[in-house]
Ligand binder design. Structure first.
Ligand code: ZN
Length: 442
């Protein structure tokens, strides 16, 4: 009875794809995390200082935070709140007096516990123990597994991530390494990321890693990996400078001031993943066979599509995956492999032979990482490129990057901008590729 009542009550949500994530009433501009992590016992503790501004008169508000972590103390603007409590992945804070709309808030949360991944529709995401170390795979709702946050891609902020961990582990987080201090058995690593970044792209990687800088690249490219994989890495990841060059030429300047880092874990990973300024691969992607070059290009392209220009709602995920997949085809063509057109023909046939029940503009939460989102997304771009020609197509991609740099966008923003680059209406193309489930003629 009570359960039915609850279901019938309409609760407002930020994003129907992730109805429990994201919060109302404020906007975060910065996270400062000061954490200590003990690898041997999987224990995380510390504080998060969150700078925000209220969007409405505010007495009670929430942050996303995994129930695996316990909150010991909260202050807002230096004062203790009237109450705080944690349940169902939310930290709920009630202030002793209301704040007006437009008020600055500094929220400090002291917390700790034994972090574990968040269970989601897409498997386990977030903070995960490796055989020796840690990785954070935040997409789409894993950020709350390691810090209190407004966990939604539309909420972008700058970060300072300070993490103390045991020697000899190396800790890698987003942005520039500002300092590294060793005291007794622990080293504290401090990273600063100025560019506005969605919570799912914040990351922490800990392992017994050696750090390398790739030579002679205008955009600094770094790598962190187990020393045993260095020879494989030099072979498999050796063409990243040329990849970077191609993408800068095609998509515009690399979006971050702090360069690009590739982390290769000592464990195998099912899939590589992207974070702001960082891509994470498994040892299996660095086996010396060169078989992962497609994925290396894909993850690098996310620094433009997904990380800098981010879908405001998860239903627009093709703006990440379709574009990153198309970048794979561009790299293949550039590097002497199959041309983008050959890949398009190949995957077009695959798409025709797959169930035609996926709407690219709104695939539904269960299918948002379905391979058809990637391939149909890339094919949509290829169809667009054929319709408007190479010059306009790549000018459009650069315009897209410039306009929405470090911001968020929706599908209509892209189709609207594309209209400026076409002599004829693109509506039939969008209707066929984005807003119908049937696979149209290529
Ligand atoms: Zn991707």
């Amino acid at each position: 009875m009570s359960r039915l009542k609850k279901a019938a009550k309409k609760v407002p949500v930020i994003d129907p794809y992730l109805p429990h994530n994201g919060n109302f009433g404020y906007r975060v501009s910065r996270y400062e995390l000061d954490l200590e992590y003990k690898v041997a016992i999987n224990r995380l503790a510390g504080s998060a200082t969150i700078t925000a501004v209220t969007l409405a008169e505010l007495r009670t508000f929430t942050l996303d935070l995994s129930s695996a972590l316990a909150v010991t103390k909260v202050s807002v603007n230096g004062r203790r709140p009237a109450a705080f409590s944690c349940s169902s992945g939310k930290l709920r804070i009630t202030l002793s007096s209301k704040l007006p709309a437009g008020a600055a808030m500094t929220i400090e949360v002291r917390y700790g516990g034994t972090p574990r991944p968040v269970r989601s529709l897409w498997g386990e995401v977030g903070f995960e123990e490796l055989t020796e170390g840690v990785l954070v795979a935040g997409q789409p709702n894993g950020a709350a597994s390691w810090f209190p946050c407004d966990d939604h891609p539309s909420s972008k902020a700058s970060y300072r991530i300070q993490i103390a961990t045991e020697n000899p582990y190396r800790a890698i987080a987003n942005g520039e390494l500002k300092s590294r201090r060793t005291r007794a058995a622990m080293t504290t690593w401090t990273y600063e990321l100025a560019e506005p970044t969605s919570t799912y792209l914040a990351t922490l990687q800990i392992g017994v890693y050696e750090s390398y800088r790739l030579q002679k690249t205008p955009v600094p490219i770094h790598a962190a990996l187990p020393a045993r994989l260095k020879r494989n890495f030099d072979h498999d990841f050796g063409r990243q400078p040329q990849m970077m060059k191609l993408f800068v030429k095609r998509f515009g300047p690399y979006p971050l001031s702090t360069g690009y880092t590739v982390v290769v874990t000592d464990d195998d990973l099912e899939i590589p993943l992207e974070a702001q300024g960082i891509s994470i691969f498994g040892a299996n992607h660095c086996d010396g066979s060169g078989g992962s070059e497609r994925l290396i290009a894909h993850e690098l392209a996310h620094q433009w599509f997904g990380n800098s220009v981010t879908a405001r709602r998860w239903r627009d995920i093709w703006l990440h995956e379709g574009f990153a997949c198309y970048a794979e085809w561009l790299w293949s063509e550039e590097s002497g492999g199959q041309t983008a057109d050959e890949w398009a023909q190949h995957y077009y046939q695959r798409l025709v032979d797959s169930p035609q029940n996926l709407l690219l503009s709104d695939p539904g939460p269960r299918d948002m990482f379905d391979d058809r989102v990637y391939k149909r997304g890339a094919l949509t771009l290829h169809a667009l490129r054929q319709a408007i020609g190479d010059d306009d197509f790549f000018a459009l991609l650069q315009d897209w990057m410039t306009r929405h740099r470090h911001s968020t966008a929706v599908t209509d923003d892209f189709t609207g901008l594309a209209a400026n680059y076409a002599d004829v209406s693109l509506r039939p193309l969008w209707d066929a590729w984005l807003y119908s489930t049937d696979v149209p003629a290529l």
